[in-house]
Ligand binder design. Structure first.
Ligand SMILES: Cc1cc2nc3c(=O)[nH]c(=O)nc-3n(C[C@H](O)[C@H](O)[C@H](O)COP(=O)(O)OP(=O)(O)OC[C@H]3O[C@@H](n4cnc5c(N)ncnc54)[C@H](O)[C@@H]3O)c2cc1C
Length: 483
């Protein structure tokens, strides 16, 4: 007995879900979107909204295939690149506009590089500039979620919030026939006459899954609703999983006041990272923001301690005065908190530790003063020589830490998003463990993303839109069945 029905049922109302719903509805399907949270937006609403453009399909396919270490089939990558090239036209059809990213981000650290994040990998010259949906000026001028949600509101798509899906229903001959969702304290059965599309995000807020799949846990900088439900829903009916060990992660600050971590964003190169023993461990300014999970995953093989979790950023008065050391100016975080331009509010709150000397700063972060002092003296010396033999930090980015007071902040590895989930093919169909499509089940977005560990940034939003449209079209094109 079904409680209600639609042609296409979309699970999760973020960027991929909104895109799939709009596309299926435009193809004539009756669409019902089920969202777990009281409101939609998901990780997409926290996002920088940056998308990659591709100028040469075959080169771009070569490039992404290489970044994915052969884990993603070439036809899947090609489908993604070809469909992504329509993002601009599609966003325009919704009344939005894709504009080239200001080079401004390139002057902050850790960088999201304006060009290719991996310029030496084959096919990098097939990538174009990064773009994003132009906004009204607030929220960093990013209006991706605004454009999507306003368009959904203007259609007959039904969106039911506070309705987490907890099961996918299968018939052995017909395939997927519907879902079970919690609604007002009870479970309801919803029939999908044509198909179900899973767009329910990753496992940014399931620390056990992270430890199990990636090897350690992270804080989320994103939507607390993303707890890996899609992985469990798909595994429950025999889907193959891929890219479970892949995440896009950078350094963030975690304060008890907020459930999410706040992204680090340094206004000048006058800073270093040190581990709990006071040692530097990477080129702080030359590593793309999205792959900073890699240095943080270090384990001391003698003690099994993770001495880089947390790590600390150390900077001086000059850097403090150059601008906020965090990014709270876009997405949903900007509705909740605005970081002060000179960091003075955060010093007052005790989020930033301050001291007149390094010797006084070190014990406040439980570090031996002579260790931290030696690291900073060495770093300041290499700034004079313009040569960082150990980590290869670029000479222009070697800016001394010399003017008191000195500052320290604890940093934690923090997630933009996870990539793992049910494996999909070029038609956005979810595959079973034998490589066959599970009938009438599609997916899009970061749940079961095509990206693997060498994630270059600006790929997940493009994927949410590209595979959202592929899934929406194909789901609407399924023959209706009565189960
Ligand atoms: C600070 C930050 C900046 C970022 N910047 C960029 C960027 O510039 N470019 C880029 O490409 N990527 C960026 N990302 C990553 C990108 O935003 C996401 O990967 C992408 O938006 C995911 O879209 P999605 O639709 O797949 O998932 P989401 O937008 O997360 O939507 C999933 C939805 O499913 C819901 N859901 C979960 N479980 C259930 C359930 N059981 N039933 C029903 N609903 C459920 C969730 O509540 C959520 O609303 C950034 C991320 C962060 C945090």
């Amino acid at each position: 007995m079904w409680n209600c029905e639609a042609d296409v049922v979309v699970v999760g109302y973020g960027g991929a879900g909104a895109t799939a719903a709009l596309t299926a509805a435009a193809a004539g399907a009756r669409v019902l979107v089920l969202e777990k949270n009281p409101e939609g937006g998901g990780n997409t609403r926290y996002s920088g909204g940056t998308m990659r453009t591709y100028t040469d399909v075959e080169k771009a396919v070569d490039h992404i295939e290489a970044l994915c270490d052969g884990t993603t089939e070439r036809d899947v990558v090609r489908a993604f690149v070809n469909e992504s090239r329509r993002n601009s036209e599609w966003v325009a059809s919704l009344g939005g506009e894709l504009v080239s990213m200001a080079a401004a981000l390139g002057t902050h650290f850790p960088r999201s590089l304006p060009g290719a994040a991996f310029p030496s990998v084959r096919g990098a010259d097939g990538l174009g500039p990064r773009v994003r949906v132009k906004g009204p000026g607030t929220a960093g001028g990013i209006d991706l979620w605004g454009v999507l949600s306003r368009n959904v509101a203007g259609t007959n798509i039904e969106v039911r919030c506070s309705s987490p899906v907890n099961r996918i229903l299968m018939d052995k001959d017909l395939g997927v026939t519907g879902v079970v969702a919690a609604s007002g304290g009870s479970n309801i059965k919803i029939r999908a006459r044509r198909a179900v599309i899973l767009t329910c995000g990753g496992y940014e807020y399931d620390r056990n899954m992270q430890r199990n799949y990636v090897g350690h846990s992270y804080y989320g900088m994103c939507n607390p609703g993303n707890t890996g439900d899609g992985v469990r829903l798909a595994a429950d009916i025999g889907a193959d999983l891929w890219h479970m060990n892949a995440v896009a992660a950078t350094w963030g600050y975690k304060f008890p006041e907020f459930e999410f971590a706040i992204r680090q964003f340094m206004p000048s190169a006058g800073y270093i990272y040190v581990d709990q023993t006071g040692k530097r461990f990477m080129d702080e300014t030359g590593t793309d923001a999205h792959i900073m999970w890699a240095p943080s995953s270090f384990v001391d093989t003698a003690t099994l301690q993770r001495t880089r979790m947390p790590s600390y950023v150390i900077f001086d008065e000059d850097t403090r005065l150059r601008g906020a050391v965090a990014a709270t100016f876009f997405g949903k975080v900007s509705d909740v908190y605005q970081w002060s331009a000179d960091n003075s509010s955060e010093i007052k709150k005790g989020w930033i530790t301050a001291a007149d000397t390094i010797a006084d700063l070190a014990p406040q972060i439980k570090m031996r003063a002579n260790h931290l002092q030696a690291t900073i003296s060495n770093y300041n010396l290499l700034c004079v020589g313009g040569y960082d033999p150990q980590f290869g930090r670029a000479p222009d980015n070697c800016v001394p830490i010399a003017r008191p007071p000195y500052y320290a902040m604890e940093m934690q590895p923090s997630l933009f998003n996870t990539q793992g989930g049910p494996k999909r093919n070029a038609s956005a169909q979810v595959l079973d463990v034998r490589g066959n499509p599970i009938k009438r089940l599609y997916s899009a977005g970061e749940l079961g993303s095509l990206w693997h560990r060498n994630y270059p940034g600006a790929g997940n939003v493009s994927e949410a839109l590209a595979f959202g449209r592929i899934a929406g079209r194909n789901a609407a094109g399924e023959n209706p069945v009565i189960s």
